[in-house]
Ligand binder design. Structure first.
Ligand SMILES: [Cu+2]
Length: 367
């Protein structure tokens, strides 16, 4: 009995100590959050500009405009001219001369949804660039926008402070790099706030093709990205919303800049053809989990590492990280409609989905 009393006393002591320790941890937690928040405030106070950096727009609320559509959305989806996903021919000769023009343009990002983008002369994404491994790439960037911009090529090994520099409106900059590293790489504006410049459409893909790759019958390039809107974009063009971008709550997610464009206008292949998808995830913040419904990725080059010894075989879904790439080979024998998606399924609802029509079958589907 005495022993039991002693036991229950020590149990009570342990319990009280545990509660006090729990409270202490809680209080310390709150204090550390406050300290972090103070430190952050003073840091941002120190780094807050001096410069003429444009203040990002924000509705302040996180109201979602996902799925907003006018009554004639289906006809508008049909009428939309899809971004050409086919890989263009490789630049001939020893030097690939690439001229990129940045421009403020209003673009469609979903049926009936307009967005006031900072993008390229042709919209967003920028043009697909295709070079051979080892080729010299000569970039010229012309800024036809209203504020400074720049271009950062992930395929380049260069000094960023020398080449990825801000270009003022009306000016151009040039630099050269040798594309020694094979894969599919992102390029993007790297001017601060980078989150805003990327989210506004300033990104694209460059394919650096190695010589030793098995021949593909079809080559398609997909650039995944997210859009953060301050309005539904139906009556008047939407603009960027920083609060939603920080919360990582996109309204739309797309392949090649327009929600579901390859559902209305499927990519095509013949049965048994080797189809290669070169996928870049421009983000700015979310990964894309590449998957093709109804088949298995025969060969995957995760992260765009094109070394055959590093390739994966017969896998279902491969993540392409924000700011990264991945290359995926499939051979589909049975005619049909095969959806390609980011299998993080909120992305599908927001438009990161398309169809591969194998064998020119009739009909449509959404997945
Ligand atoms: Cu920019």
């Amino acid at each position: 009995m005495a022993a039991r009393t002693k036991d229950s006393n020590s149990f009570a002591l342990v319990a009280v100590t545990a509660i006090l320790l729990g409270l202490l941890v809680g209080v310390l937690g709150i204090v550390s959050v406050l300290m972090w928040s103070d430190a952050r405030d003073s840091r941002s106070a120190q780094t807050q500009p001096a410069s003429s950096m444009p203040m990002p727009a924000s509705s302040g609320s996180l109201t979602s405009y996902s799925g907003a559509a006018p009554a004639d959305a289906a006809e508008l989806a049909k009428a939309h001219v899809p971004y050409p996903a086919s890989l263009p021919a490789v630049a001939p000769g020893p030097v690939a001369n690439v001229h990129l023009v940045l421009k403020d343009v209003t673009i469609d990002i979903a049926p009936g949804v307009k967005y006031a983008a900072w993008a390229w002369a042709g919209g967003a994404p920028g043009p697909i660039i295709h070079v051979r491994q080892g080729q010299l790439v000569h970039i010229t960037l012309t800024n036809d926008g209203a504020i400074p911009h720049s271009v950062d090529f992930h395929a380049a090994r260069v000094a960023p402070n020398e080449d990825f520099v801000d270009v003022f409106p009306g000016k151009s900059v040039s630099y050269t790099f040798r594309a020694n590293d094979a894969g599919v790489f992102m390029y993007h504006c790297g001017t601060k706030p980078v989150l805003m410049h990327i989210a506004n459409g300033m990104y694209g893909a460059i394919v650096v093709e190695p010589a030793n790759l098995p021949h593909a019958d079809k080559n398609y390039v997909l650039v995944a990205s997210e859009w953060y809107l301050d309005s539904d974009g139906i009556g008047k063009p939407a603009s960027f919303d920083m609060a939603k971008a920080h919360a990582r709550m996109p309204d739309w997610m797309t392949f090649n800049g327009y929600s579901g464009q390859y559902v209305a206008h499927p990519l095509t292949a013949k049965p048994g053809e080797l189809v290669r998808f070169w996928v870049v995830d421009a983000g700015p913040s979310l990964d894309t989990d590449f998957h093709i419904v109804g088949t298995i990725l025969d060969t995957a080059y995760p992260f765009g590492d094109m070394n055959p010894a590093d390739a994966l075989h017969n896998v279902q879904t491969v993540t392409v990280p924000a700011g990264g790439g991945g290359v995926f080979d499939v051979k589909i024998d049975k005619p049909g409609l095969y959806p390609f998606v980011s299998h993080a399924f909120a992305a599908v609802d927001q438009g990161q989905v398309g169809l591969l029509n194998v064998g020119n079958v009739k009909g449509t589907m959404s997945h």
